[in-house]
Design a protein around this ligand. Structure first.
Ligand SMILES: C[S@@+](CC[C@H](N)C(=O)[O-])C[C@H]1O[C@@H](n2cnc3c(N)ncnc32)[C@H](O)[C@@H]1O
Length: 564
């Protein structure tokens, strides 16, 4: 599926430099309405998200107001962050700019959404270098909260900061002319805290000098491995062969770079003032250039740590378009969303300057010479409403005939073979669910179908304590969706509603009271083998069940929208 397949998005050919196949996308509209529509196309595909939302600092700017209550602001942030999480790749990360006022509140909310274990760091960025003498304190920093979708995956994939050739030359040498190239040496001993007996022995150097591990330490390898490493010239005893043994680490195998630190200075990463000056240089005729731009240097640092060329960067509060301009110069693909008129006034004009080789911001640092494309889309949710209205008379004249899936229908739908095999096993999903997940960490695919079924009161207990593994349908099973398209299951407890989400692993033919003494092999049923994913909602929610009284099928997206 592509964006162009969604009726709500229409490309603005006049404002675009590129067509519908262009991977660099700007969208004019409200991110809260747009993000859910992006999930079916970009869910799990975005490597780096940077956002710089209104901080709720009580100010009013030329292009937007930043004054609401903390609870209303947090509610919006919760919704936006939840959708953004679904867009992130497994090894992706999200970087959120915020200032002192709401930082603590936002951190708690973001912890809930991404999980505290996925919190990577708080960057402190020196946002101004001049002193503000009217205030109690001259606040000269802002924060960037960094969360990973999965902290382990992010740690493996995030980039280190580049180091100069001088740094490499000073660290890696080749005193023994090793044909494998330059190397540096690291200690061959480690702290003995977790040592095993086989790590304590005497090493004899090529010149016959004996070495025992230093006090409180042991050798990094056991003796057998150490002898092998010595034979393969991976241990260095100095040119004379008499020095303390050290392990050779070759440049060719090294992931060279510096671990990013958390204090980012205005000198290295720009300030709000320097960003404004850059904008003024691009639009000298403008009276009201954007009030709160970020410097390209700051965004470059984020994008370079969090993504590689050709990967997707997303910003859903693009303001003057800094993230998109920087991502473009760094050869990333990007999606940018902005609700305000600055999309046309500033962003589009800025992107055209970038394509023409604009030389400010990070241009010289990345040798930017221009080129590339972007496509601007307008977003219009009314188009969908029009379509729904057109559809309505058909529904009212002729009620939808739901496919009633009784046992004969099963034969019809799946042919003879699956019936002989007697099951439909879901293998087209890689996700492994476990009991540890809770509803905020679910990798839910919103496009997939959800089945909601009534549970008889005498079976409630296993659904209340989450131990249910099987759901038997009644004799007839109504659904408008093919069986193999049903991915999720939610038990409906009458009077309470729905709360817990299960994943349908297997749908098969079975019979009532299977495995029990009073089982009846002639009383055939459809059986879902299910696995609890977690709570989708904090508490039970009542929903209207549309197919008969007991069953309904819908998509995940629809049910979440309905409840929210
Ligand atoms: C702080 S500014 C971003 C500045 C940006 N980082 C830059 O460098 O220019 C926040 C932007 O978010 C936009 N915005 C606020 N609510 C929005 C929403 N619901 N959807 C899309 N954009 C929104 C505002 O219009 C404003 O331009």
């Amino acid at each position: 599926m592509q964006l162009k397949d969604n009726i709500k998005f229409s490309i603005d050919n006049q404002m675009s430099v590129g067509g519908e196949d262009c991977k660099n996308i700007l969208i004019k509209g409200d991110n809260k309405a747009i993000l859910p529509e992006l999930v079916p196309v970009y869910g799990g595909k975005i490597k780096c998200i940077y956002i710089d939302p209104p901080y709720n600092n009580g100010d009013s700017y030329h292009y937007y107001n930043d004054n609401t209550t903390t609870s209303a602001w947090l509610k919006d942030m919760h919704s936006v962050l939840s959708w953004l999480r679904m867009l992130l790749k497994k090894d992706g990360s999200i970087w959120i700019s915020i200032d002192d006022k709401e930082m603590a509140y936002l951190k708690v909310e973001a912890d809930r959404i991404f999980g505290r274990e996925n919190f990577a760091s708080t960057i402190v960025w020196q946002q101004r270098k001049t002193r503000e003498n009217r205030a109690v304190f001259s606040c000269n920093h802002e924060y960037v909260l960094v969360y990973a979708k999965d902290i382990k995956a992010f740690k493996k994939s995030r980039n280190l900061l580049p180091v100069g050739e001088d740094f490499v030359d000073s660290k890696y040498k080749n005193p023994d002319n090793d044909p494998r190239g330059p190397w540096q040496s690291v200690s061959a001993s480690v702290q003995a805290g977790h040592a095993v007996a086989s790590q304590f022995y005497t090493i004899i150097s090529p010149a016959g000098v004996e070495f025992d591990p230093p006090k409180g330490r042991c050798w990094a390898y056991n003796q057998e491995k150490m002898l092998r490493e010595i034979a393969e010239h991976n241990i260095w005893f100095g040119l004379e062969g008499r020095n303390t043994p050290r392990i050779k680490k070759f440049l060719a195998n090294a992931k060279i770079g510096l671990t990013p630190e958390t204090l980012w200075s205005g000198d290295n990463y720009g300030t709000t003032d320097s960003a404004k000056k850059h904008l003024l240089s691009l639009f000298p005729e403008m009276e009201n250039v954007f009030d709160t731009p970020k410097p390209e240097e700051l965004i470059k640092q984020i994008i370079e740590i969090a993504s590689n060329e050709g990967e997707y960067v997303l910003d859903c509060y693009i303001g003057s378009g800094t993230t998109m301009a920087t991502a473009h110069k760094l050869n990333r693909n990007y999606i940018g969303i902005e609700i305000g008129d600055q999309m046309a006034d500033l962003v589009v004009r800025r992107m055209n300057l970038v394509i023409n080789g604009e030389s400010g911001g990070v241009s010289s640092a990345v040798n930017w010479n221009g080129g590339g494309q972007y496509a601007l889309y307008n977003f219009d949710k009314n188009k969908v409403e029009e379509r729904k209205i057109e559809d309505k008379p058909t529904y009212s004249r002729q009620p939808v005939q739901y496919h009633q899936l009784d046992l004969f229908d099963l034969f019809e739908q799946y042919g003879e073979e699956p019936i002989t095999q007697n099951c439909m096993v879901r293998e087209d999903i890689e996700i492994e669910y476990g009991t540890k997940h809770n509803h905020r960490h679910l990798p839910i695919d919103l496009t997939k179908n959800l089945l909601i079924c009534n549970v008889k009161k005498d079976n409630w207990e296993q659904y209340l304590d989450g131990s249910a593994k099987i759901y038997y349908t009644g004799k007839r099973f109504p659904t408008s969706v093919a069986l193999n398209k049903l991915y999720y299951f939610m038990p409906y407890l009458s009077g309470k509603g729905i709360r817990d989400l299960y994943y349908i692993k297997i749908a098969r033919l079975g019979y009532r009271k299977e495995g029990q003494v009073n089982e009846d092999k002639n009383d055939l049923r459809l059986v879902f083998e299910i696995e609890r994913v977690g709570q989708l909602f904090d508490d039970y929610k009542k929903v209207k069940l549309e197919i008969w009284r007991t069953f309904t099928d819908t998509t995940m997206k629809k049910i979440i929208e309905l409840i929210e």
